[in-house]
Ligand binder design. Structure first.
Ligand code: NAP
Ligand code: MG
Length: 459
């Protein structure tokens, strides 16, 4: 796609107030592929005003019609979406096609259906309770799943009758521009959806602080999330925070070990480890530990060249730093390592650490790279203590000989989502964190409810 040199505000591409720009870099070859405007407070203000002005009419539309056309536009543009994500994020094209373009189609479709079937009105005793849109939404999204993160916020917000100003990640603004084109093509009226590209501490902060925003929905780092939560709290604004994770993949002794390890390694390596819900800690019973280490090393080595780069040089430096820290802390490298596998591009090899203990930094902190840590446990209580022993609680997996055994363990985990014996992704299942992994839920009806507030009339 060709980059727009403006902001999508009030239904049209308009020049930014200032002249600053952001260079978009292809992380696979480090070449600049486009420039987009870096918006500031003035652009955010114009976008919020447009969203506020569009709100009453949009909130009065029939829910079933709000985003009915969006899914089909995304389907029609799926090749362009996949190509754009590959160009600015670096994900291998097949992964971009299947996941980065495919999942947003599922999510947009699910919200078109939910908007038509959701009970926006309910009788409770002598009351009628109406679910009404919260108002103007400020959405701030990261680069790791550039379109999914946008659609998981904007689709339910629009379906609920809210209007939106989006500030996407500076590394992936082209996908966001493509999404704005799609919204336009889907016939969403002017001002209902607005896009301001720009830097987090400038445009992002201006959006989170803006008086005209009723709800801030943020996905990204815990550090920025805490700041946004504090800003929203001080202004008594609704806030949804989708933050980091350090999820556990718990392999119980009765499980199919080879399958659990193989799927577990692939889960971390997909998207080059840049997945907040990735199972970056693999917990294995002491009796099976050595076998699991060998299987994991083999799986990572096989993954080899199919891995894409990390998004930028800073993330690569951060991930390499963690790998060096793991070695320094006494963990044993059995695949990959900190060395650059290629001369060009921000690549890191699929990396596996054995002999990781629960308190090591690589077992506690979010690395956001293709690094999996194998941790040994003695019995189920030990496994549970390790699984729950971080500040995070976003996702996880449990493998056992039968689902009932895995479910019994999963019910004791302090985490928002658990895949049982390799369970499939469900676009209707609520996604979100326990503990410091966040506040609120995305996807499905729970994700829709985030953008609604209730009004009760008594008779
Ligand atoms: P980040 O800085 O938290 O970025 C997320 C979004 O927030 C981006 O749009 C960012 O803009 C914006 N932002 C940054 N500072 C802001 C501020 N002060 N006020 C308002 N908005 C602000 O995350 P990152 O730097 O891209 O990645 C750093 C780490 O965050 C990763 O290593 C990973 O651990 C974690 N992360 C988690 C997720 C997740 O899905 N939970 C996703 C991505 C990253 P800019 O793009 O301009 O920074
Ligand atoms: Mg940042």
């Amino acid at each position: 796609m060709k980059a727009h040199d403006g902001m999508y505000i009030d239904g049209a591409w308009r020049p930014a107030a200032g002249r600053d720009t952001i260079a978009v870099v292809n992380p696979a070859d480090e070449q600049v592929i486009a420039e987009v405007p870096a918006g500031g407070a003035e652009d955010v203000d114009a976008a919020v005003r447009a969203a506020r002005a569009a709100l009453p009419a949009w909130a009065a539309t029939a829910p079933a019609e709000r985003i009915a056309a969006l899914r089909d536009v995304l389907v029609a543009r799926k090749d362009e979406i996949a190509g754009t994500v590959t160009a600015e994020l670096g994900a291998p094209l097949p992964f971009s096609q299947a996941v980065h373009a495919g999942v947003p189609v599922l999510v947009a479709g699910s919200y078109a259906e939910l908007a038509a079937s959701y009970a926006f009105e309910e009788k409770v005793g002598n009351s009628t309770v109406y679910a009404e849109p919260v108002g103007v939404v400020g959405a701030i999204t990261p680069w790791n799943y550039p379109l999914h993160q946008i659609v998981a916020k904007v689709a339910p917000a629009l379906a609920a009758g809210c209007t939106v100003v989006l500030k996407p990640a500076e590394d992936t603004p082209l996908t966001a521009q493509l999404f704005a084109e799609a919204v336009h093509e889907a016939g969403v009226p002017a001002g209902v959806f607005n896009l301001v590209t720009g830097l987090g501490p400038v445009a992002g902060q201006a959006l989170a602080e803006h008086d005209g925003v009723d709800l801030v929905s943020f996905t990204g780092s815990t550090a920025v999330g805490k700041q946004i939560g504090a800003t929203a709290g001080a202004a008594v604004k609704r806030v949804a925070l989708e933050l980091g994770g350090k999820s556990a993949n718990v392999i119980l002794p009765s499980a199919d070990l080879a399958k659990a390890v193989g799927v577990g390694v692939a889960n971390v390596m997909g998207n080059s480890g840049q997945t907040c819900s990735a199972w970056t800690r693999m917990l294995v019973h002491t009796s099976q530990y050595d076998e699991a280490v060998a299987l994991a090393a083999e799986a990572a080595a096989k993954y080899g060249d199919r891995i894409g780069p990390l998004v930028n040089a800073k993330q690569r430096a951060r991930v390499r730093g963690y790998i060096e820290k793991g070695v320094a802390e006494g963990a044993r490298l059995v695949a990959g390592g900190p060395e650059a596998p290629r001369e060009q591009g921000y690549f890191v090899s699929p990396t596996v650490f054995a002999d990781v203990t629960p308190e090591m930094a690589i077992a506690q902190e979010e690395i956001f790279g293709p690094v999996v840590s194998l941790i040994r446990y003695e019995d189920e209580d030990d496994a549970l203590r390790i699984a729950n022993g971080t500040v995070y609680g976003l996702a996880g997996a449990v493998w056992a000989g039968d689902d009932a055994e895995a479910v019994a363990f999963a019910r004791r985990m302090d985490t928002g989502q658990v895949d049982i014996n390799g369970g499939r992704f469900n676009p209707l299942a609520p996604f979100g964190g326990y503990k410091q992994s966040g506040v609120g839920r995305e996807l499905g009806s729970h994700g829709l409810a985030e953008y609604l507030q209730t009004k009760s009339l008594q008779f």
